[in-house]
Design a protein around this ligand. Structure first.
Ligand SMILES: NC(=O)c1ccc[n+]([C@@H]2O[C@H](COP(=O)([O-])OP(=O)(O)OC[C@H]3O[C@@H](n4cnc5c(N)ncnc54)[C@H](OP(=O)(O)O)[C@@H]3O)[C@@H](O)[C@H]2O)c1
Length: 261
């Protein structure tokens, strides 16, 4: 598979890192990027840096559009100008397929940065879900994690709020844990980091043994104990609603962004 990225910032870099880890050859990944610092760093990974003008002469299976929403429609137009038959895999948030000049040539995907560790969760949607390009796009994201095919494009907003933005909500929560730990930890920064790293990864280990959160909680909680007291406080402060409101706010913003373009 040969892939070209137009825009190689945070998310493209996460996808590229995952693809390289999965065994893809750097020579099979090309990048079009205008930020000089990023270009230098991409070169150190052995990736091909190309100009948009040359996109038609190189035979790519997929062209991944990974620029900010404000740059997306212009960048897609430039690709079609040089390669009218291009199939663009857009990871741009909030811009619906119908906004592009050639909607049938767009596959939309919403990956997360966990792609860098081959643990991504990516939602994918296209008007034609039986095309060869859609299968290729699926295969690309399967190399670096899990893929969820959406039946309706609108579902992308909710997916973004839970798996995309939602990852940051969990980081925010974990930051509070770490700040509290730091207040009482006599260990140095490196030791505390390792301690916290194991604490986070043990959550994943627990979930892999038992995917029922209620039963996991019950293994920690005892009647009248500390955990129960803390859980009751979370319930009194309506933690569920706080999170649901955050998902809703992110989803609303995603819809707003799509209407702004
Ligand atoms: N970050 C995430 O976790 C994430 C997850 C899912 C989806 N997304 C979506 O992915 C897109 C990119 O996000 P990001 O966080 O990776 O952004 P980013 O870090 O700003 O990366 C975009 C890069 O593309 C460059 N660029 C823009 N237009 C270009 C052009 N015409 N030719 C060459 N290079 C160009 C930008 O250069 P300049 O800096 O000079 O503008 C920048 O280096 C966004 O639309 C976002 O909605 C992001």
């Amino acid at each position: 598979m040969k892939v070209c990225f137009l825009g190689c910032g945070n998310i493209a870099q996460a996808i590229i890192d995952g693809l390289l880890k999965s065994g893809m050859q750097p020579s099979h990944i090309s990048c079009i990027e205008r930020n000089e610092q990023r270009v230098n760093s991409l070169k150190t990974q052995g990736l091909q840096i190309i100009e948009l003008e040359n996109i038609a002469s190189l035979d790519f299976d997929l062209i991944v559009l990974a620029v900010k929403p404000k740059d997306a429609l212009g960048a897609a137009k430039s690709i079609f100008k040089h390669l009218p038959t291009a199939i663009i895999l857009s990871v741009v948030a909030g811009i619906g397929i119908e906004k592009y000049s050639q909607p049938k040539s767009i596959i939309r995907a919403m990956p997360n940065t966990a792609c860098a560790f081959e643990k991504g969760v990516t939602a994918i949607y296209a008007l034609d879900q039986n095309s060869k390009a859609f299968l290729t796009a699926n295969n690309l994201f399967r190399k670096i994690g899990h893929v969820l095919t959406l039946k309706k494009e609108d579902e992308m907003h909710r997916f973004t709020s839970i798996i995309g933005s939602g990852q940051a909500f969990l980081f925010q929560v974990l930051n509070t844990y770490l700040e509290e730990l730091n207040k009482i930890s006599s260990a140095d920064h490196v030791a505390t980091k390792l301690m916290f790293q194991d604490f986070i990864s043990s959550l994943s280990d627990s979930f892999s043994q038992d995917s029922n959160f209620e039963s996991l909680i019950n293994k920690i909680k005892s009647p009248g104990g500390t955990t129960q007291a803390g859980l009751e406080s979370l319930q009194d402060n309506n933690l569920d609603k706080i999170l649901q409101d955050a998902f809703q706010a992110a989803e609303d913003r995603s819809i707003e962004i799509s209407n702004e373009q």
